[in-house]
Design a binder for this molecule. Structure first.
Ligand code: G6P
Length: 746
């Protein structure tokens, strides 16, 4: 109905236009036909007059009026020629035929005949008048006045006009009909496209993927942006409503997950016991994963299964290879898995870190895939799956599988504990389908991961890449609007959960030394003059972290802005990592060489602009360094999230200090108030460092305050909370489905 009304709105003006055209057309037609007839009758009249020349001459010379009368009678037998007269040179009528009106003089005839429209009304009918001069044989010049009946012309014009109107009306109807059909079709297509957009179809896919009609693409674009905004607003509002804390997470576990057992599986353990010359020490590893998951485990209790890699780990477990942690005030159990050297080489160094790690990071290091590593990877995943089954107290525990070391684990657990809720979180980026396809065991990896109930990534972009990869490589049902993949009869939710850190409690913050004191302590320890301006970088010594590019930027800073020479020092903490791998060794050597070169170039006695501290630093030392610095540079070439930047923000309760952040780190999507750089663009990073060193305090405060609000709200309890809330929802759905099925069968 609405469409019809809309179409009428369009058709009405169309009809008016056609009627107008028909009206103007008929008027034009009148004038044209009149001209044709006039010309015709003039030619005809001239021919008749000329044909009558001799007869008129004879009749006049012999003065035999009867002859002329007979001629008139003959001539006016023509149905159109109704009357005629012969006029003398002085325009006096010499003779008239009977129908020629007595009151019509030859002069009047001449006058009318000269007009553009030589028609007039005689005896109630329309006639055409013509006056044609002829020269008789004796040289006398007379005129023949001819009166033609033109009522037939009017009849013809009327008929033509009727045809024209009928034609125009038919044309109008045809045009209207075609318009209505086309409008109806395109309206329906448009409505269908718009409705499917509103249902969210195609919105998760990138623009130009062919799913959305091109004319609707701008609308889709707007909708995508609006949805993103709404989701951010929604999540922000959720976070503000009650901020996420250990208590809230515990409450969620007890209510939505009915206090079910939580088991975490990761390769890296949260506490490492090492034997040192001074006795056994407990070390916290440099791992974003551990930093994030450990507070969650403290809140959830439960069991964490991980590789026991410390030199004194075996001496610190019970008969079931368990140790209660954190040491001193235990909250949960750490179950250690022992790996042989061969297993560690194949599964950890080989397949995970020489294969999957470079495969998933765009850092221009080639992945290496060896059959022997793959076999170890499968075997170790199976060993961890066995451990999960051993540790499970019931048949439906909540298992949190962490990272790329365990891509096969979800399906292995699912095979043994079909009712378990398996949440897999992939802490590193997921590449595009082309890149991933170079893995020889790509299908097996995807099949393994799709054993998960929920598969989490840091960003929506990684979720999209994963879905596209599955689409390319497996026969699975993908529903982008619900973010689900159904494979082998089981459904997995693919969702983004940006990971974060534990926001320091007021008690923790109170235990920190004030910022000026931290500066003093750090400068003293590093033997730097009191006024030195400090930039810091804290990373694992990994080629994905952009340390080389960062150093190049420091070099460019000193080159371009010489005022910083002697006044600025960049301190890089680089925790040794995966040093058994050649790629890492050569990278670390290279960084050492570049450091020396820059220091040779810009150093002076007692001053080295780059300080490379390639040793493990505990959290407290890193925190002090963060508080002492003017800026922190995180220039990863590719990073799932990166938690160092969030820890820097958490450390700055004084709301000073500037964060320089790579746009290729997942965190750049959240921490917009940082100075965002492309780490490959050395000039840009150098300028950002210069800007950071000169940034006025009010601007620093404004940026830092906003960053702190974001990280505080989006803390790690929220990360775990959102994931566990989704798990709770799915468990509830499964329980209801099972109940409905039981009723159905009963
Ligand atoms: C990244 C990975 C973690 C890993 C960490 C440290 O953050 O996502 O899974 O634990 O690096 O690496 P490492 O090999 O020392 O555990």
């Amino acid at each position: 109905m609405k469409t019809l009304r809309l179409q009428l709105r369009f058709l009405l003006p169309l009809f008016i236009a056609i009627a107008g055209a028909a009206y103007l057309g008929s008027d034009l037609l009148d004038r044209l036909t009149m001209r044709w007839f006039t010309r015709d009758l003039n030619v005809r009249g001239a021919a008749i007059a000329s044909a009558l020349t001799d007869t008129v001459g004879d009749a006049l010379s012999e003065r035999r009026p009867a002859r002329l009368q007979a001629l008139f009678e003959r001539a006016t037998k023509d149905e159109r020629l109704v009357a005629m007269a012969v006029c003398g040179q002085d325009r006096n009528p010499l003779r008239r035929s009977p129908g020629f009106p007595a009151e019509l003089s030859c002069r009047e005839v001449e006058e009318i005949a000269r007009r553009e429209d030589p028609r007039t009304i005689v005896a109630g009918g329309p006639v055409h008048l013509g006056l044609h001069e002829i020269t008789l044989e004796n040289g006398q010049r007379v005129s023949v006045a001819l009166m033609h009946d033109v009522s037939f012309a009017d009849v013809r014009t009327q008929t033509t006009r009727r045809y024209l109107l009928a034609f125009m009306a038919a044309l109008g109807l045809l045009v209207a009909l075609i318009t209505m059909v086309v409008a109806q079709l395109s309206w329906r297509g448009w409505m269908k496209g718009a409705r499917s957009l509103l249902r969210g179809e195609g919105l998760l896919l990138p623009p130009g993927d062919g799913n959305t009609a091109p004319e609707l693409e701008p609308l889709a674009q707007d909708l995508r942006e609006r949805l993103r905004d709404l989701e951010d607003e929604f999540r922000r509002a959720q976070g503000m409503e009650t901020s996420w804390s250990p208590e809230r997470l515990r409450h969620l576990l007890q209510t939505q997950l009915r206090g079910d057992q939580v088991i975490v599986v990761s390769n890296r353990e949260p506490y490492i016991h090492d034997r040192t010359p001074t006795g056994i020490t407990v070390r916290r590893p440099a791992s974003g994963l551990v930093t994030a998951v450990e507070p969650v485990m403290r809140a959830c209790s439960g069991t964490w299964i991980a590789h026991g890699g410390g030199t004194a780990d075996r001496e610190n477990v019970d008969a079931q290879d368990r140790v209660a942690v954190p040491p001193g005030h235990p909250d949960y159990q750490l179950r250690r898995i022992w790996l042989t050297e061969e297993e560690e080489r194949g599964y950890y160094y080989g397949f995970a870190n020489e294969g999957l790690w470079p495969l998933c990071h765009v850092a221009h290091v080639r992945p290496v895939f060896r059959e022997s590593d793959w076999l170890q990877y499968q075997a170790v995943n199976q060993r961890f799956a066995d451990a999960v089954v051993q540790e499970a107290r019931g048949e439906d525990p909540v298992v949190l599988v962490q990272d790329y070391h365990f891509a096969l684990l979800p399906a292995m657990i699912r095979a043994r504990l079909p009712r378990a809720t398996i949440l897999t979180f992939w802490h590193i980026p997921w590449p595009n389908p082309e890149s991933f396809s170079i893995c020889p065991w790509r299908r097996e990896i995807l099949q393994g991961m799709l054993g998960s109930t929920i598969l989490g990534f840091h960003t929506r972009f990684h979720c999209k890449n994963f879905m596209e990869t599955v689409d390319r490589l497996l026969e699975a049902r993908i529903e982008p609007e619900h973010a689900t993949i159904t494979y082998g009869g089981a459904e997995s939710l693919i969702e983004s959960y940006p990971i974060s850190i534990e926001w320091p409690t007021p008690q923790t913050v109170a235990s920190w030394a004030p910022v000026p004191q931290c500066r003093e302590a750090v400068l003293q320890r590093l033997q730097l003059p009191p006024q030195t301006r400090l930039g810091v970088g804290v990373d694992r010594f990994d080629y994905t972290k952009g340390i080389l590019e960062r150093f190049h930027a420091v070099e460019r800073l000193l080159e371009k802005y010489p005022e910083w020479r002697g006044r600025f020092v960049f301190v890089q903490v680089a925790a040794p990592t995966r040093s058994d791998l050649e790629e890492y060794q050569s990278f670390q050597d290279r960084i050492q060489r570049v450091t020396q070169r820059i220091n040779r170039r810009f150093g002076q006695p007692g001053y080295e602009p780059v300080m490379l501290l390639a040793t493990h630093h505990e959290h407290e030392a890193v925190n002090e360094l963060f508080r002492a610095s003017d800026f922190c540079a995180v220039t990863s070439l590719h990073d799932g999230m990166n938690l160092v930047c969030k820890e820097f923000v958490a450390a700055r309760d004084d709301e000073r200090g500037v964060l320089i952040l790579s746009r290729f780190a997942g965190a750049a999507r959240e921490l917009r108030e940082a100075l965002i750089v492309n780490p490959y663009h050395v000039e840009e990073t150098a300028d950002a460092m210069h800007r950071a060193l000169l940034m006025p305090e009010p601007e620093q405060r404004e940026r830092m305050a906003s960053l702190r609000t974001t990280v505080q709200e989006h803390n790690v309890y929220r990360w775990a909370g959102l994931m566990l809330a989704d798990a709770g929802r799915l468990r509830l759905r499964d329980r209801i489905q099972a109940r409905v099925q039981r009723h159905g069968e009963a």
